[in-house]
Design a protein around this ligand. Structure first.
Ligand code: AMP
Ligand code: ZN
Length: 145
């Protein structure tokens, strides 16, 4: 179930940047899903290895890396997949993609890197909170499996 909360700035949750997803004139909007693993990571309720943190995005290492660099970039707001994020908040999708480029630069993936949004169970999506996989540090074959 998806919940949208409006929280006053002086509530304790508002002091935690990981819980803030967009300031709107003294009121902070947080959209989260109580059953979502990545919402729990954003909230700090499930541990993760942080790589980057911006106001509206969070980047952490994949627990089962498929390349020397394998990180996940997510919006802090809950959106199920890249298409629904593009439809409801294209600016935030732009921020996610910019964070992908930033982490590729941070990790010196000069030979190239791959950005993947698995979309739908048939394409291998297992966590239905949109995430960009950023993979690099080894040759990438095509087509992917
Ligand atoms: P996808 O299969 O495209 O939905 O990608 C989900 C990714 O999340 C997989 O690559 C998993 O290895 C990764 N993953 C699952 N649980 C965690 C976790 N607790 N911390 C970091 N990565 C995770
Ligand atoms: Zn979520």
């Amino acid at each position: 179930m998806v919940y949208a909360f409006l929280l006053m700035m002086n509530e304790p949750i508002a002091s935690d940047p990981a819980r803030r997803t967009g300031d709107r004139g003294g009121v902070i909007a947080v959209t989260t899903d109580s059953d979502c693993l990545f919402c729990k990571i954003v909230a700090g309720d499930v541990p993760s290895e942080k790589v980057r943190d911006s106001e509206r995005t969070y980047t952490f290492r994949d627990i089962n890396p498929q390349a020397p660099t394998h990180v996940l970039v997510i919006p802090k707001d809950h959106h199920p997949d890249v298409g629904s994020l593009a439809a409801s908040d294209p600016g935030l999708l732009g921020e996610v993609v910019r964070e992908c480029a930033a982490v590729a630069a941070d990790e010196k993936l000069d030979a190239g890197h791959r950005v993947v949004f698995n979309t739908g169970a048939g394409a291998g999506q297992t966590v239905f909170h949109v995430h960009a996989h950023v993979l690099g540090g080894r040759p990438m074959t095509w087509p992917p499996g």
